[in-house]
Design a protein around this ligand. Sequence first.
Ligand code: FA5
Ligand code: MG
Length: 444
Amino acid sequence: MNRSVFRFARYFSTKKVPKSVTVNGQTYATDSWTNVPASIVALTDRQLHLDQNHPIGILRSLIENSFKGMGYTFYNNFKPVVTTFENFDVLGFPEDHPGRSKSDTYYINEKTLLRTHTSAHEHECFQKCSTPGYFISADVYRRDEIDRTHYPAFHQMEGARIWSRSELGDSLHEKLRQDIASIPKVDIIVEDPNPAFSDATNPKQSYMTDVETELVSQHLKRTLELLVNQVFNEAKKSAKLAGSEEPYLNEPLRVRWIEAYFPWTAPSYEIEVWWKGEWLEVCGCGVVREQVLTNSGIENTIGWAFGVGLDRIAMLLFGIPDIRLFWTLDERFSSQFTRGSITTFKPYSKYPGTTRDVSFWLPDTDKLPLHENDLMEIVRDTAGDLVESVKLVDQFVHPKTGRKSQCYRINYQSMDRSLTNDEINVYQEKVRDILRSTYEIELR
Ligand code: FA5
Ligand code: MG
């Protein structure tokens, strides 16, 4: 356990971790790993992806509808509490992978956590799915920074597809080629400069032949290009309907493939979409490692998997400026969206934000400073959704003493009302108190 984790544990112990935590009606005993705050547990009942009239639910249906009748089962009801086995071990995460740390993940207790990705259900789905492929949509949780595009809860959609060598025998290649040919063609510009696999940077698995790897990755890439095309063309249509005349709306969609790494796929890729002048990371994917399949009782089989983030795409599709809006209970938000239709969000009002800085000297440089995610969590736990963002705005080393100073700027802003200075000062003082009493830092 590293030092900052230890300190964060101390913040939690000063908060008195309850004896048990109840999530989705199930009660779990806590232990020294517990770090999930009540504010996060409260989100696990929301199930935004199941709400047909919510942007996340509308996007999920849009994608599912593009893949109906193509051999996929849709799983949408998995609960967010999973085991460390499901989220990490079965997927081959190394023991020291940063994703396992308490600074990145919400633990219920040592063996139980809030899933950090939908891949936590691959094991179960490979075991029980009776179609060649499946999709899983679900809420996922990560301790992360706070800003317009990052929130500790978001949504992913997992997809996977397999081909059994034993069943297909000599017709395996032919079947793969047919399946690739049957994916609807799309009119987009694809940049794919790298080979499907390469020993040096993106190796294939030894249990698969070159041709198998090539064909499975082609099927994966054409499938995701179809998905991205459906979604982003809808985004363009809705922007045009809303009266936008920006030039990008008449240009063909551009995507690019880059090499990636995930412990349970090889080779691995990411697809990025060129959107309003920026490459947007949309999805990680790859050819599933043999051990994931054999651990699920599937022998002599090859296939792929992907995991796409839904929230940032929904922000583009519906013109939603802040990821926190998905979670608001304000009627003025929810009344704007209806099942099956992509409409551009009309901001209902803008309340001014207020910023407050918190600056401190860190302890001697040989000690680990406070982990940024811990600071984020303390602020979020204190002021909840009133925090629009927390950013490191200044950092320097004192030329004489060699001590390091950091300054974070907290932007307080409510989506629903005006905040008073007095109210903000109370939150800010509380944040400072917690920092002062928990860490060996000197507030400035
Ligand atoms: C994963 O989570 C892998 N499980 C994806 C995968 C599945 C790979 C199957 C291979 C096989 P990653 O951490 O990159 O990968 O997240 C996947 C997508 O989720 C990202 O491309 C991004 O669109 C979205 N995402 C990640 N972090 C956040 C965040 N904090 N807020 C919003 N979206 C996020
Ligand atoms: Mg990534």
